[in-house]
Design a protein around this ligand. Sequence first.
Ligand code: NAP
Ligand code: F7E
Length: 336
Amino acid sequence: MSKRAIVTGITGQDGSYLAELLLEHGYEVVGAARRLSAPNHWRIEHLLDRIELRPADLLDQLSLIRLVDDVRPHEIYNLAAMSFVPASWDQPILTGEYNSLGVTRMLEAVRHVDTSIKVYQASSSEMFGKVRETPQNELTPFYPRSPYGVSKVFAHYITVNYRESYDMFAVSGILFNHESPRRGLEFVTRKVTDGVARIKAGQAETLSLGNLDARRDWGFAGDYVRAIWSMLQQERADDYVIATGTSHSVRDLVETAFSHAGLDWRDHVRTDPALMRPAEVEHLIGDPSRAKAELGWRPSVDFPGLVRMMVDADVERVARGLADAAGTAGMGAAGR
Ligand code: NAP
Ligand code: F7E
């Protein structure tokens, strides 16, 4: 019998890669999507004849109960969230509604319908924020630096709490930054690779960025969804850090991306104080030892390989004249 899974956030970066992976594993995939006035299916267009989409919104408790009750899945991957950190300063209350209470609503739906359904919650390295130790592992204390980070700490602990209170198989993956050609255009990797492609094509001269000194542990989203799936296949529910174990600065990212396109970044990149954050997360680097030992997980794409993949995809997209085809939705927060 094939397994059934619900993926919330299926229209997002991770949802699209996870849906592909679940289909490869023979799952029936039900994607939960909120209603929008125009479809936002560019990441899952190629999957639409193999998945089922159902309406549900993290803000609406009954929509989640109905979804879980109708589908009766074996597994739920709760990826939906307001995921852009700067927007969380603009809309902290809505961020909490989606990312904290929304997760609680999903857990409540599972508790109400069937506590044997396994649940994955998308936790984040942003919970480490102003880091207490380096590198960060599953036991590193949290010190979030944005409403987004704070909202994810709530979600993380409510997931632990439902596991411990109701004996649910509920796990959190503490994922460090992961990117791909399907990343939203406002995140720094994609902003840079899209900028490189436009400059290369003569459509732009300059690219404005914020803090070039911030360092992140960047991996490839396609690798990270393998870890997500694997966490729900374990005997025992536990939380895992997923990271590459290496970090680079935004400046490294810029240098690597521009030079791959044969450009000198110093001729094009400007820094704009308006793009600095009220409280920055300076340096994140993860220790994925537990995931390596218990899940047998390894990343397959390194930092230069990731940047090259993203630059090549954007150069090709811009050359084909598809300048707006990928991810213009969600650019509400001044492009930071
Ligand atoms: P993403 O591309 O921004 O996708 C977010 C998804 O959530 C979209 O499908 C969006 O739907 C959906 N969504 C937002 N609000 C919703 C609501 N109220 N009801 C239903 N759906 C809603 O994010 P991602 O990069 O794939 O990340 C997936 C998850 O992992 C998120 O929870 C994120 O916070 C977390 N995370 C990401 C990273 C990373 O580096 N990518 C690292 C750690 C954790 P629309 O298409 O309708 O907007
Ligand atoms: O910023 C700096 C910025 O927006 C990375 C989300 O997926 O990963 C992501 O959060 C760094 C920051 O990602 C620009 O100040 C400089 O230090 O790409 P980002 P993020 O904030 O790390 C975590 C793990 C998540 O969970 C989140 O959902 O880059 N930076 N100049 C810039 N960042 C942006 N966006 N734009 C700039 O112009």
